[in-house]
Design a protein around this ligand. Structure first.
Ligand SMILES: C[S@@+](CC[C@H](N)C(=O)[O-])C[C@H]1O[C@@H](n2cnc3c(N)ncnc32)[C@H](O)[C@@H]1O
Length: 218
């Protein structure tokens, strides 16, 4: 991310936002609660939030999208910049974006009045300590209604193996930056999710050896 404008920039976001939109569209359309009210954790620059919310609102699939992140004060103007420029996004995205630390279980209490239907998060589980993933899943188990989805995009290991050499190299570089970071195995997410009333219902292969995990509240 970088650049002279107040907007942060992630090239990966530009590449993966289209495929992620298709996944969200095809699964939200089957939801029992539409239009959706989606909480986004770890929203980063705001590129996903603006693009996804703007397009899903046009389809009538989203009523409200709540972007949040840890250290949001450094990202708020970026999120606002993307949302303002994306047609339709300003009508549904709640600004300013909120501060939310996924590793603190108290977050669920703070958002309990938002009538959330689903949760979306991308590229958090490998670039944070395991506690952030545990907090994400335990909070989701508390705030979501039955059938609510947790949609987690990112790179994961399968059967404790990397799915590509570039993923193995990136995982190693992450762990050398912070030993608490690193790729999670799909089975670890599935096992932790089950403790919080969430079932892994689908693992979707995405471009560039990434995955989308779809978890559903029972
Ligand atoms: C690689 S960025 C991903 C941003 C965006 N979702 C994307 O896919 O481009 C990782 C994000 O995780 C956030 N993050 C790290 N630890 C967190 C935590 N405990 N709670 C919430 N967000 C966290 C960081 O602030 C950062 O915005």
């Amino acid at each position: 991310m970088g650049g002279a404008s107040p907007r942060l920039y992630s090239a990966a976001c530009e590449r993966n936002k289209g495929p992620i939109l298709e996944v969200l569209r095809s699964h939200l359309v089957k939801s029992p609660r539409l239009p959706a009210r989606i909480l986004e954790l770890a929203c980063g620059s705001g590129q996903h939030c603006a693009f996804l919310a703007g397009h899903l609102a046009k389809d009538g699939l989203v009523q409200r999208w709540f972007p949040t992140d840890l250290g949001i004060s450094e990202k708020r103007s970026s999120v606002e910049g993307y949302v303002t420029e994306e047609p339709g996004a300003s009508d549904v995205v709640e600004l300013p974006a909120r501060e939310l630390d996924a590793s603190q279980e108290a977050w669920a209490e703070e958002v309990k009045d938002l009538q959330l239907t689903d949760i979306y998060v991308s590229n958090l589980t490998h670039i944070s300590p395991w506690e952030a993933t545990v907090g994400l899943l335990s909070g989701a188990g508390k705030v979501l209604p039955p059938q609510g989805l947790v949609i987690i995009y990112g790179p994961f290991k399968v059967d404790f193996n990397h799915t590509s050499e570039s993923n193995a190299a990136f995982d190693e570089s992450l762990q050398s930056r912070d030993p608490r970071w690193g790729y999670r195995d799909v089975s670890e997410i599935e096992e932790e999710a089950s403790k919080h009333g969430l079932e892994l219902v689908q693992t979707i292969s995405m471009p560039a050896n990434n995955k989308t995990l779809l978890l559903r509240k029972g």
